[in-house]
Every structure is written in structure tokens, then in C-alpha cells.
Design a protein around this ligand. Sequence first.
Ligand code: TYD
Ligand code: MG
Length: 457
Amino acid sequence: ASKSRTAYVCGECGAEYSKWQGQCGECGAWNTLSQVVVESASDAPAAARRGSWAGKIDPPKVTALKDVLHREDVRTSTGIGEFDRVLGGGLVEGAVVLIGGDPGIGKSTLLLQALASMAGRLPALYVTGEESLAQVAGRASRLGLPLDGLSALAETGVERILEQAVQTQPKLLVADSVQTLWTESLTAAPGSVSQVRESAARLVRYAKETGTAIFLVGHVTKEGGIAGPRVLEHMVDAVLYFEGDSGSRFRVLRAFKNRFGAVNELGVFAMSDKGLREVPNPSAIFLSGTGRQPGSCVMVTREGTRPLMVEVQALVDASPLSNPRRVAVGLEQNRLAMLLAVLHRHGGVMVGDQDVFVNVVGGIRVQETAADLPVLLAVLSSLRDRPLSEKTIAFGEIGLSGEIRPVPNGEERLKEAATHGFLRAIVPKANAPKAGSYKGMEVIAVERLADALEAAA
Ligand code: TYD
Ligand code: MG
């Protein structure tokens, strides 16, 4: 008899429970748990264990790590510099990379471009479960991509995909998308958490056994019905998310997890009718370009290894609700609530009866705390309906007692702002040069929130 057991897995974060519960204890999401079958009987290590007990199969061998043969990371360039940057310098042999993002953001386009560029060097197989081969070929010719060495397969059954892979021996495989994959070993519907997990697990095993690099495409979904890429994060080597505003032509690829490189590295692309174009010098593309407006503050963020100028916008408006809204787009929601509390307690500015909306221009996400000061300056500017003085930037973390804390790479950020013609910077004291100016830019060093609010007034 098969020794399968059931477990419950959260579709948001992938946490596993033995019993069903309404709320995930890990990530706090509601109604995201669904049942999965964990087939321990077909599980290879378990089978080996049983076999060795019966004395039939050799026991697993322990090897001294120094005797294990390994090749120094063999990296292949994707032919797209910004993509290589996010991967940590190219694609590693046998690596499994998950690329997540909203439907329509450009995942298939990016991978087709990368594949076409790599196919001459690595035999590649593009497995599509969403589009027909004619659609894929049509897209490739629209993008003007060379097709030599690139094979495609329209298939969703993992067993058949692997059968083909064993025959044709690609060194690079793309599965677009994981949500369409299914394995015969489970009865659950394609797209369910258990199917997506088990199908991906088989591909991962294949990658590790054969040294084939695999890209898995995963659509990010808000509804619990279809398993999101997050349930796969722990089993792959790298997780890259594609971000961007549907209204903007810029797209950002971010490494969220990477066993072979730095996390939070950003690759920036612009959409065009010939596909994604690299933006190797992205610094100022996320500024709105509308000039001085109330509720806007430009900051220099440093996501990954490059400084980036981004604009934080705030709208503060009298609320009709007894519980006014706090909405953060591109920033962390809880942090906004905390910052507004600090603004009240240590800045003496009350927004308790106001709706507060904060947005980062261009659909980009800023995760670092250096955004704290720009957020509050934008909020204050909107509340007072007065723009910040012309050509001003700010950055700095704000502590709970109202202190402005330094951020990493202060000088690099100042340099970037000066290069882009900014005239004034409001920054933490420890990040400010003693002279009070930097390359002709006035630098105002602040230690307390009150100082910063005064400097911005
Ligand atoms: P697609 O790559 O299919 O998105 P995803 O795989 O993430 O769902 O892109 C969506 C549409 O946008 C598709 O019709 C092609 C078009 N597109 C361009 O025309 N130029 C581009 O640079 C990109 C990225 C997409
Ligand atoms: Mg697609």
C-alpha cells in the first residue's frame, strides 16, 4: 500500500501543516491552505531506506566533502547584461530559477529573448503550456529573434516533458508556466498547490541529476485558487520577480533569493515592440518628470549595487471614514503606519483624521528603510499643500524615538543626486560631509525628525 499522507500547504508562503486551519500561522493569510498529498512511498530516499533495511539495496554512501568532484560555477551569459546581473553573473549549470510576476508583465518575452541568445551556445528547450507552438514562433519572429538551436514543446505533463528532455538532452529548459504543469502521480487538478509543487519538484530533481539549467515561470496570483510561485521558493536556487507598473514601459527584475549571487540586485528593462531592451543606466527613469508638486519627494535608493533615483508621492486628504485609510504602494504598509505614528509623536504633525496614500513612481518597490524620511517629507508636503524646494532629495531611516539614522553608501547616493543636478539634500548627520556641501550641492544634516521637518519647510 502506498504510504501517502495528506498535509495542508499555504498558497501564499508555502508553510506546511498537518491539520487544516483558517489562517496561516506563518504569513497570516486567510483561507490559503489547501490539501496536498505527500507520497512518501514513491519518494526515492524513503524507498532506498526500506530497501536497505531488507538488505536489497546498497545503503546510501557518506562521502568526505573534499572528495566530492565539483566544477567551479560554470556560468553562461544570457546575452542580456541586466539579466546576468540579477542572476549573479550569468546562469549556473544545473540551477533552477523561478521567475515570478503578474500575468502580462513580460516573463515569456524575456525568457524567449534569453533563450534565443543562449541557444547557439547551450541546446535549449522551451516548454510552453500556455501558448501554442505557432504563437511562440510568431512571437519570436515578431521580436526578430534567431531561432537556431532552439526547440519548443507544447506539453504540460511533467512525465512527458522529462521523457523528451532525456531524449533531446537540452542543457537549458524553460517551463512556461509552472501553473500549467501536472504529474500523473497525483489526482489533484492542474494548477492546484499539490500539482504545482510536485511537478516543480520533479523538474528540480531532474536539473540536479543532469546539470540542466531550468527556468520556471510562475504567475503571481492574488486569489487562493491557483498556487502562486511562493510555494516553490524554498525548492529552487533563485527566485526572481518581475515588477513594473502596467502603465509604464519600464520593468524591473529583482533577485529575491539567489544561491549564486546577491539578493535585491535589480535589472532594469524598457518594453519595446522588439521586446525588452536593457536600461544599463537606469538612474533617473523613475522620476515622474512633472517637476515640483506638493506631495512629492525624490530619494536616492540603493537596491542591489546601483543607486537609483526614485520619486515618492503622497496624498493626504481629509477622510470621511472613522478609520482613515493608510495605503502604501511599492512600500511596506506596516512601516507607513509606524512612520505616521512617529510623525505625530515626534514631529507634532497629526494625520489621524486623514487618509494617507503613498506611492513609488514607476511601479518599482523600495524595500530599504532609507525611504522613511522621503515618505514623511512627501506626506508633510501633501498635508501642507506646499512643494519641497526645487531640486531637493532626501534619504534616511527614522527610528521610533524620532531620530534620523544613517543608511549605507551615503556618499554614493549624494554623488548620484549631484550628478543629476540636484541642489539640496536632506540626509542623516552621519551620512553628511562635514563641509555641509557635496560637489556644489547643499547638504543639510539632520539628527531628529523635527530638524528634518524644519529643513523641508
Ligand atoms: P508576455 O511576455 O507574454 O508576459 P507574461 O509571459 O509575463 O504573461 O508579454 C505580454 C504582452 O506584452 C505580449 O503580448 C507581448 C507584449 N510585449 C511587448 O510587446 N514588448 C515587450 O517588450 C514585452 C515585455 C511584452
Ligand atoms: Mg507568458
